[in-house]
Design a protein around this ligand. Structure first.
Ligand code: SF4
Length: 591
């Protein structure tokens, strides 16, 4: 393949908003020698720079490949619509941020998929790069297109667009794939298909959709997959790594513009043992692996030194289950400059304690915020979802946080979970009022309660995967009821648009036919579907209709426990029997 000249984006910069995001050259950006690299990977995030640069997986893999392998890793993000228009108007291709090489010239174009709303952005990036959208349309001169991440744990909706999908964690398998690529003889016609098959055979967790054909009944029901090659595994086993063996980023790139999480992120652990029944992450990231305290402290020290950042977030699905969290936070402060601030993501209520609150508050400004995720507001619903805390415990914890100087409490809830009634949903608003009353006792008018209420999406690999999603009118009725009950102007209620949740459910629960709707939505102009200002329900409706999909059958139907599921070919090491038992337990909770 002829090597194209680097893409000259400078003439476009005055036509676009936030031009600095396209310039690269940030502090700690790597720019390895293109010619000396054994294999060249374009690590792509299907969303804007400001979001992708806050993504830990991007940072982990970028550093790992560049610093510990002979391969090169560049980055690419979805250009905002003005930049995409400018590129198309000039016939210019999407490029790798550091090398400025067209994406087409890379050996492997790999997408890190954290959420399904990035799906149309994958197609946008491939199209801007001049890479055929479907795997079946690519030839020997095209790069290999790879994906990984929790949004492709059910790989089927995007299966037509990827040559390979890595199921599970990528730290071990990605370097191995690049090693294999560096050895392949690309002068042989047909090398591409052979290479994809070799990866699927030799690399654990690597799924090559082209070799698994979905089967459907006359009534359209999904019947299972037919494996087209006997030498490939019947099921794809999710991969997980020893996180003490992988240090995570030590010298992360410092973004050149504002990003959504402008701080250093250090992973405390992976997995969560709590088994809340709606929570896909809780099932997908098993087993629970806590990183050794000394390694966490070293990672924090290295990252702070390398970036000059003043805040570190200790990432975890459930930070308060990390043994000795308060001591760890105290040690980080002891070892740091006075201006450093430590934060943790949302936490469970019952294990949050005075020690952790005090430790966090030590470096914080007075008046910071804490986030709790009770998810449901009645004792019955908490039993259903297996997240059992009491209102009293929540109020006490919030009171303790307010008393220690935190002025804002953020609460996460979810409506539409199995067996939920209108009264269960209304309880969210009543509980918010009670938390606010506690806050006002401590801080008067300066107390705030921010309540985010998402809509339940039945997620694959959870006990609720068989359960129908509430219809939009039911969700809206519950939302309206809550709005009527919340009276205090310092309570800020945020909802998810039911139309967005409906598309999200289709993308989560879909089979391979859903790919037609994704492509149709992109052709109609859908991009950045996770951004409320860009999400266009009418375009999605048109695409779903044109694809001939019966959305009710995908998301509003009670699935039979014995029916084949599109994601059955992925083995996450949690048996269906266990999930069914948990689902039955949830439904058996008395009203
Ligand atoms: S919701 Fe939180 S506590 Fe529950 S399983 Fe998921 S990560 Fe763990």
């Amino acid at each position: 393949m002829a090597v194209a000249a680097p893409v000259e984006i400078e003439p476009l910069l005055e036509q676009v908003v936030k031009p600095a995001q396209y310039l690269a050259g940030e502090h700690n950006a790597r720019n390895k020698d293109w010619g000396a690299a054994a294999a060249r990977l374009a690590l792509c995030f299907p969303d804007a720079y400001e979001i992708g640069m806050s993504n830990l997986a991007m940072s982990v893999l970028y550093e790992l490949v560049n610093d510990q392998t002979p391969h090169l890793c560049d980055r690419a993000f979805t250009p905002l619509p003005d930049m995409a228009d400018a590129l198309r108007a000039r016939g210019m291709p999407l490029w790798g941020w550091e090398s400025r090489r067209p994406l087409r010239e890379f050996d492997v174009v790999g997408f890190s998929m954290s959420y399904e709303s990035g799906n149309t952005n994958v197609l946008e990036m491939l199209d801007l790069a001049g890479i055929p959208l479907e795997s079946s349309a690519r030839g020997d001169d095209d790069p290999l297109v790879l994906a990984g991440g929790s949004a492709v744990s059910n790989p089927e909706p995007m299966a037509d667009f990827f040559d390979l999908i890595a199921v599970g964690e990528g730290e071990e398998v990605l370097p191995r794939l690049l090693d294999m690529f560096a050895q392949v003889d690309r002068s042989q016609p047909g090398w591409r298909t052979d290479f994809i098959a070799a990866c699927a055979r030799r690399l654990p967790g690597m799924y090559a959709p082209m070799f698994y054909r979905p089967r459907y009944g006359a009534d359209g029901a999904f019947l299972g997959h037919e494996r087209l090659r006997d030498d490939l595994p019947a099921r794809i086993q999710r991969q997980y790594v020893d996180i003490d063996q992988f240090s995570g980023p030590r010298r992360p790139v410092v973004p050149s513009t504002g990003v959504v999480h402008d701080r250093v992120a250090v992973e405390l652990d992976r997995g969560c043992a709590r088994a809340c029944r709606f929570c896909q992450a809780g099932y997908l990231y098993r087993p629970v692996r806590h990183r050794r305290k000394a390694l966490v402290e070293q990672a924090v020290a290295d990252c702070m030194t390398a970036t000059g950042q003043s805040e570190v977030s200790l990432l975890s699905l459930n930070a308060v289950d990390y043994q000795g969290l308060d001591g760890l936070i105290g040690d980080v402060y002891d070892a740091s400059e006075a201006y450093v601030r430590v934060s943790i993501p949302s936490t469970r209520v019952e294990t949050f304690n005075v020690e952790v609150a005090d430790a966090l508050q030590r470096g914080g400004k007075r008046g910071g915020s804490l986030t709790f995720a009770p998810e449901a507001a009645t004792a019955r619903m908490r039993k259903v979802i297996n997240k059992e805390i009491t209102d009293e415990a929540l109020l006490e914890t919030c009171g303790m946080a307010f008393a220690r100087g935190f002025r804002t409490i953020k609460l996460y809830f979810m409506i539409g979970q199995p067996t939920e009634t209108l009264a269960d949903a209304e309880a969210i608003a009543h509980l918010a009022n009670r938390v606010m009353a506690v806050g006002r006792r401590h801080h008067g008018n300066r107390a705030k309660v921010n309540v985010t209420v998402s809509t339940f999406i039945p997620k694959p690999f959870t006990p609720f995967q068989w359960h129908p999603q509430d219809r939009a009118d039911t969700i809206e009725a519950k939302q309206r009821a809550c709005f009527r009950i919340v009276r205090d102007r310092n309570i800020h209620l945020m909802w998810h648009d039911p139309a967005e949740s409906r598309v999200e459910a289709l993308l989560a629960l879909g089979d391979r036919r859903v790919g037609r709707a994704i492509k149709g939505a992109w052709e109609r102009g859908c991009r950045f579907d996770g951004w409320t200002e860009h999400f266009d329900p009418a375009r999605w409706r048109g695409a779903i209709e044109a694809a001939g999909l019966d959305v009710d059958a995908y998301i509003h139907r009670q699935r039979d426990p014995d029916e084949p599921l599109p994601w059955d070919l992925v083995d996450i090491f949690v048996s269906k029997r266990l999930l069914q038992r948990e689902y039955a337990r949830a439904l058996a909770v008395e009203a």
